[in-house]
Design a protein. Structure first.
Length: 253
């Protein structure tokens, strides 16, 4: 049975203790750094009013929609360019140039083209997800061993047989690594989308409310919720990659 490693909790607990001491001794104005109990009270109020669950649900809906859209398009295009030399030469220069444009630079265009609402938020998340999935899929297909392809020809697997039995399994680690990165990035993109586009229910909403009312306990509560959900995404991405590549672990034993 695997032992629970608690060493990662050391720094958060020390910071929490330091925060408590600083606030209780009034070394910093409570208007700037409220005590942990005030943040906890905001959390309990949000829990009891169901606002916490509503905000998380809206953010997760945006996140999942953008992740699926960006992931599917990225994987499909990565496979196409990795397998088709003509498509690779025609599209790769453009995609390699566009990747150097910071995603936040697209926001003004998205607002002009798609409005300042939900559609722009989802497109923004999908764009962030697209790049790691596309390039990892593309690299994974391009790096398939020529020896494996020769074996497929010897066994006369055909185009579809070669793709499903040789190319896809060989490229799978790279593809899932891209999805793993994209899953974590998608949460960061969700936070950015909710912050830069028009306000709506979501996990960023408490931060915006606290900022407008100058209530730091609400801001800190919102930051804590974002961090906890982000941690869950990171753990889910790690589990997702390990689960889908478990067959490789067995093959190396």
């Amino acid at each position: 049975m695997k032992k629970l490693d608690l060493r990662g909790w050391a720094i958060p607990l020390v910071l929490l203790l330091l925060w408590t001491v600083v606030s209780e001794r009034h070394w910093v104005d409570h208007a700037l750094l409220p005590p942990p109990r005030d943040v906890w009270n905001v959390f309990m109020e949000s829990w009891q009013s169901k606002e916490l669950f509503e905000n998380i649900a809206y953010s997760l809906a945006r996140n999942i929609t953008g992740f699926v859209a960006g992931g599917v398009i990225g994987a499909a295009l990565g496979l196409l360019l990795g397998l088709n030399l003509w498509a690779d030469r025609f599209l790769s220069p453009t995609l390699n140039a566009i990747k150097h444009v910071a995603v936040f630079a697209w926001i003004p265009l998205m607002i002009m083209w798609f409005g300042n609402g939900e559609l722009s938020k989802i497109i923004f998340i999908a764009l962030v997800v697209f790049y790691p999935v596309f390039f990892n899929t593309y690299d994974g297909v391009k790096n398939v061993s020529e020896k494996n392809k020769e074996v497929a020809k010897i066994f006369q697997l055909g185009a579809w047989g070669t793709f499903f039995k040789v190319i896809l399994p060989s490229a799978a680690p790279s593809i899932f690594a891209g999805l793993n990165i994209a899953l974590v990035f998608s949460w960061v993109a969700t936070i950015g989308a909710e912050y830069f586009f028009v306000a709506a229910p979501g996990v960023v909403n408490p931060i915006l409310d606290g900022q407008n009312l100058f209530k730091m306990e609400i801001v800190l509560y919102g930051m804590a919720i974002i961090a906890l959900v982000g941690l869950a995404f990171s753990k889910a991405a790690h589990y997702f990659e390990n689960y889908n590549l478990r067959w490789r672990q067995g093959s190396h034993k």
